[in-house]
Design a protein around this ligand. Sequence first.
Ligand code: AKG
Length: 313
Amino acid sequence: MADLNIQPPDTPHAKLSASLMEHGHVVIEELDVAGAAAAAAELAPHIEAAPFGTTEFDGARTKSLDGVLRHSAAARELVIHPVMMALCEATLLPYAANFQLNYSGIMHLAPGAPAQDLHRDGLLYPVRHPCPPMILPTMWALSDFTAQNGGTRVVPGSHLWEHEREPFEDEVLNTEMPAGSVLVYTGGTWHGGGENRSAGTRTGMALQYSLGWLRQEETQYLVNPPEIARHYPERLRRLIGYDFGGPYLGFVDGDDPHRVFEPGYSGPRHRSRPEIDAAFEKVDLIRFGDVTPAPTPERAGRRIATLQRAPKT
Ligand SMILES: O=C(O)CCC(=O)C(=O)O
């Protein structure tokens, strides 16, 4: 039986990303204990006021709170934690020139919360699995996660399974990790909230990232409009969508969307950034669908030049 793949916080980034892609998940133990405690304290009143779920999937004994960046400076720091940025670069940048925040939310299980149905987050998009990572979900433990209190259930290796295969119960592990640890998994990994059989609560903060050319699950720049986001660090503002998703992708008035934070700017406009252009050159072009390509005909003579990529500005 596979294990939970627990790694210490000082594990080299390359080892973490290799391990994540091999197992479909990795637990980084006590990565930021102080940051998680600060986020838990800042979010506590908002969790208290949040409603319980109204659907079977959301859970009648589970409180969900979306858009947590508005409420917690500590959560904003965890989103741009250097280890998370390194994992996003390693796993998402092969398939996109940029990555973005896809979702931020709290999943707070009260005693008696039943186990959530196992699922793949990547099924937001109509793509068959296995496929390259499109989403990189993370679950920060803001309280201790145990098998008893509903620590997230994961199915090791399931990111590589064929699309139709569903997990057997004995393939599922409960994530057990102390507060301040983080579970990182892929959009293809089967997982779900556990059953809370304890007398206490279990609080997790889901911070998910995705390829920059996908529609975000939670429209970050409406949840965090410019008058709020102007108080955030630039790295975070760009991550939530005030940036290009790739060359030409997401411009505003023909320019970098981040210019919204520079009122009065009257210099040249650019529909991309040099870093985005350079990253785009390295992206593996994805083939999806079942279309068989027509073979290139063997023939003499000069080839007609075809436009492969959008021209640079
Ligand atoms: O609460 C958890 O541990 C996981 C929640 C989850 O996967 C979801 O709500 O989609």
